[in-house]
Design a protein around this ligand. Structure first.
Ligand SMILES: [Zn+2]
Length: 378
């Protein structure tokens, strides 16, 4: 296991999404997408030892620290406006290119550049380019969850940026320079002052616009790195001689909560709402498998969802035709299919418990569970 596998941010877990990644990020893809490389070769300068010795050695340092193979192409492109690094890895091509803008290279020193290179290498290694784009969906819940994922991916990549340059302060400095666009001539690197800004932001209840951002706020990112550097796992692995303050799991939870304080908890709230709707309509689906909502089943339903919901459901069933009830169930489950895997599994686990208590044929109820699983895309 290398450091990338070991220290990935736990909320950046692609198994929660309905996607398939390559087993090995270096695996060649069948789809040939050489156009991108051709375009770069004609418009940008490829990094080689001879042309850009400093950048070349920065790249070598990164791969030595991360102990992974380098089969990536690095390019410098003239762009004096944007301080940017991008990894145009895959998803279709069989090569990966990392492109650094001239402005980025001018602004950062060699060590800081290492943190950015390692950050981009992490995007390649983790196959973040294969995550569904938030803009690809029209469903709001899915959109918000994908944005959460995109932000988690950045936290993972920042972590590798830090490990790849080998120095916490260097990676924080690189973040500050990129965010402010200013060189060290203008910046004072007193990190606790910046974290005061984060405290202030949280006290003013955050910035709801950040909920729509693919990247976490730079203050959250800096804090995430500082906490990571305080984890037991990091200090043990790198023999820093220091004792950690938190377990890595604890650090990951703190980061998640801290980002939530800034972006607000609408995402979590929406997810919870959808889970509870799916539980309610899923229960009805199971109870109605035998076409009857018996008194005993109504009592169980009441215990789970309260008197009021039970009353309105019972009268709804009385006045509606079964097709429209089925349609309501279908819509609710379709909405829930946009949830993360862990939430969908929770729904199925809860609903499975009902099999024991249904009045009708248990086999039919079991089939309903299978149908629900399919509807949830599990
Ligand atoms: Zn990134």
């Amino acid at each position: 296991m290398n450091v990338l596998d070991q220290f990935r941010y736990s909320k950046d877990d692609p198994s929660q999404l309905n996607i398939s990644l390559k087993k090995d990020p270096y695996e060649k893809s069948n789809n040939n997408n050489g156009n991108n490389l051709n375009h770069l070769l004609s418009t940008s300068v490829k990094v080689s030892k001879e042309i850009f010795p400093n950048i070349h050695s920065a790249i070598e340092n990164v791969f030595n620290r991360l102990k992974i193979k380098n089969n990536l192409n690095f390019f410098i492109t003239a762009n004096h406006l944007q301080i940017q690094a991008t990894c145009s890895a895959m998803p279709m091509g069989d090569s990966a290119e990392i492109i650094l803008t001239s402005k980025l290279v001018e602004l950062l020193n060699e060590e800081e550049l290492e943190s950015i290179i390692a950050h981009e290498v992490a995007h390649f290694y983790y196959q973040h380019a294969l995550y569904p784009q938030p803009s690809s969906t029209k469903n709001r819940l899915e959109y918000l969850n994908l944005l959460n994922f995109s932000r988690a991916a950045e936290i993972s990549a920042d972590r590798i940026g830090f490990i790849g340059c080998g120095n916490l302060e260097t990676s924080l400095r690189a973040m500050l320079k990129i965010t402010s666009g200013l060189s060290e001539k203008h910046l004072k690197f007193n990190f606790s002052n910046y974290l005061d800004q984060l405290r202030e932001l949280k006290e003013t209840k955050g910035d709801p616009n950040l909920m729509y951002s693919t990247h976490p706020n730079f203050l959250n990112r800096m804090q995430a790195l500082i906490w990571f550097s305080m984890s037991n796992e990091y200090n043990e692995h790198f023999n820093t001689g220091k004792k950690g303050t938190f377990d890595l799991k604890n650090v990951d939870d703190k980061i998640y909560e801290s980002i939530k304080k800034v972006i607000g908890d609408e995402v979590e709230y929406s997810n919870r709402e959808v889970v509870s709707r799916a539980l309610m309509w899923g229960s009805i689906d199971i109870f109605l498998s035998d076409k009857k909502f018996s008194k005993k089943e109504q009592e169980i339903f009441k215990k789970n969802f309260g008197d009021k919901s039970t009353e309105s459901i019972v009268s709804l069933i009385k006045i509606s035709n079964p097709k429209s009830i089925q349609e309501k169930i279908r819509k609710t489950l379709e909405e829930a299919s946009k949830l993360l895997k862990k939430d969908k599994e929770k729904i199925v686990n809860e609903l499975s418990k009902l099999i024991k208590v249904v009045d009708g044929d248990k086999k039919i109820a079991e089939n309903t569970i299978i149908k629900i699983k399919t509807s949830l895309k599990l």
